[in-house]
Unconditional design. Structure first.
Length: 273
């Protein structure tokens, strides 16, 4: 006679294996559908059902994201090389200032001999200085001789987050936006494409990305759906830094103007003049 507890255990194992198989099938299907930004699978309807709140009316739990430190100001410190300014981080700084009370600062590390005046004043003038405890977020940019941007927050001993795309993703998460799996995957794909192909790739790769962007922007107002995401910010900044704006097709040109009509982008435009 079979032990009832053993039977129950076997049934539970079978159920777990069934669920794992279903999950594997779902992941395999998703990986086949979304391989590149210009994949054949049309996810427009899935993206448009993703509910998003406007950035300025939503926010993340800063204690949860950056660590709770007895109500003290949450400090974000970014090291960046002035020879290749991370423009997307400057746009995101402007957006964060619209959502939070941000204490901004720019410094120069001893490893850098000189920094252009416009980069030293990239955050503008903070006219109303208030006591430190009245701010929600500290945003300090240090111009330093580093191979790629690095970010730390709150805990000084933490391993830094490296790379403009990774830092941009994290900063955008501070707005508290929530996306479904398909939308998140496409956003990440566009960010990587902008950094590794549009910004650092060959002329052939850049041309292919511009065609993919043009196709995507023929369906939606922004690269992913009908709301601004970090993908738009990083891609727009990559186009600015590579000088590919003039070669951009019609839909991309229209999208670029939509970006430039937003105040955080126009503030970066002043740096490029």
């Amino acid at each position: 006679e079979v032990d009832p507890s053993l039977q129950a255990l076997e049934s539970r194992q079978e159920e777990i294996l069934k669920r794992l198989y279903e999950l594997k099938s779902a992941v395999d299907g998703l990986s086949k559908m979304i391989q590149t930004p210009d994949a054949d699978f049309d996810v427009t309807n899935i993206i448009q059902t993703d509910e998003c709140s406007p950035l300025t009316t939503n926010g993340a739990d800063l204690d949860l994201m950056l660590g709770k430190d007895y109500g003290a100001l949450k400090d974000i410190v970014i090291n960046a090389n002035p020879s290749l300014p991370p423009l997307s981080l400057l746009v995101l700084h402007s957006l964060l200032c619209e959502r939070y009370k941000v204490l901004s600062a720019v410094h120069t590390h001893s490893s850098v001999k000189s920094v252009p005046e416009n980069l030293l004043k990239c955050f503008g003038e903070q006219t109303k200085k208030q006591p430190r405890h009245e701010y929600q977020l500290g945003f300090t940019l240090i111009w330093k001789d580093v191979p790629k941007p690095q970010m730390k927050f709150s805990i000084q001993t933490m391993c830094p987050i490296e790379g403009e795309g990774n830092i941009a993703r994290f900063l955008f998460s501070l707005f508290g936006q929530k996306y479904n799996a398909v939308t998140s995957t496409l956003i990440d794909s566009w960010v990587d494409t902008a950094i590794f192909q549009l910004k650092e790739g060959s002329s052939k790769e850049k041309g292919a990305v511009l065609r993919s962007m043009n196709a995507a922007l023929g369906k939606t107002s922004w690269l992913v759906g009908n709301e601004l995401t970090v993908a738009d910010i990083v891609a727009w900044c990559a186009l600015q830094q590579t000088g590919s704006m003039n070669a951009a097709p019609a839909n991309v040109q229209k999208w670029m103007k939509s970006c430039e009509n937003l105040a955080p982008f126009s503030s970066v435009m002043k740096l490029l003049k």
